[in-house]
Design a protein around this ligand. Structure first.
Ligand SMILES: C[S@@+](CC[C@H](N)C(=O)[O-])C[C@H]1O[C@@H](n2cnc3c(N)ncnc32)[C@H](O)[C@@H]1O
Length: 218
């Protein structure tokens, strides 16, 4: 998936991945991570997710990383949060008191910038990345995050004969191979059922599985 693919999705308003409510998995499972309010939380490939607002409402300092300026502007406008805009290195930053969205490529974040975060939240980030780039993404994130940094990861798996991604199907085995060398990985829960979005159900995704993991950087 190159950058143009995602810019076109945002320009054409083809954002079936966006949810108009806070993800119930976040509300149910985030507290078990034990991250203190005030901690800095990274939200890679953030879109305009309402989950950033929920995290900020719990007292965290939230930084989303997102390719599309359309997504960042829409987030602040729709949430009615005032922001300023400033250039910092490779990123066009939309900055508010508790939430910042840095517009740019996650791979342009330096290791020193990543080292500032105590936690991270990945919903529809890893599963949006094609298989050939997944190990690079995980190595980049895990290479920068500090020891003890803790994240909640939500994955999605399905019968790949039914559809080409994104979202791509990622299994427990994939997660073990990708994260196991860097982090303690616990499967906290799993959920099965039909895909939430109509467009995925139209492709026959009536039996999908969400894996919900706690990842702790070693
Ligand atoms: C499937 S969407 C998920 C968005 C969000 N996590 C959510 O739950 O709604 C993936 C997002 O990642 C962004 N994206 C894709 N590649 C990226 C990259 N290399 N760096 C930063 N953002 C990226 C896309 O523009 C898109 O908004």
């Amino acid at each position: 998936m190159d950058r143009e693919f995602w810019h076109a999705r945002w320009s054409n308003d083809e954002i079936g991945f966006h949810q108009d409510e806070v993800h119930p998995v976040l509300v149910d499972h985030w507290p078990a991570l034990g991250l203190k309010p005030g901690s800095r939380i990274l939200v890679p490939l953030a879109g305009k997710s309402l989950d950033m607002r929920w995290l900020a409402d719990q007292g965290y300092r939230v930084t989303g990383i997102e390719l599309s300026a359309i997504a960042a502007a829409a987030f602040f406008d729709e949430q009615q949060i005032a922001y300023t805009r400033e250039r910092r290195g490779a990123f066009d930053c939309f900055v508010s008191q508790h939430i910042e969205i840095r517009v740019g490529d996650i791979f342009d974040m330096t290791q020193a910038e990543l080292a500032r975060f105590e936690g991270f939240y990945d919903r529809a980030a890893l599963i949006a990345i094609p298989e050939e780039n997944r190990a690079r993404y995980v190595a980049h994130l895990m290479g920068g995050l500090r020891r003890g940094a803790t994240g909640l990861l939500i994955t999605f798996s399905y019968d790949e004969a039914l559809m080409d991604g994104p979202p791509f199907s990622v299994t427990d085995e994939d997660i073990g191979e990708l994260y196991g060398q860097y982090a303690h990985v616990d499967l906290m829960a799993e959920r099965r059922g039909p895909a939430k979005s109509t467009h995925l159900r139209d492709k026959g995704l009536n039996d999908v599985r969400d894996g919900i993991y706690r990842i702790v950087r070693r």
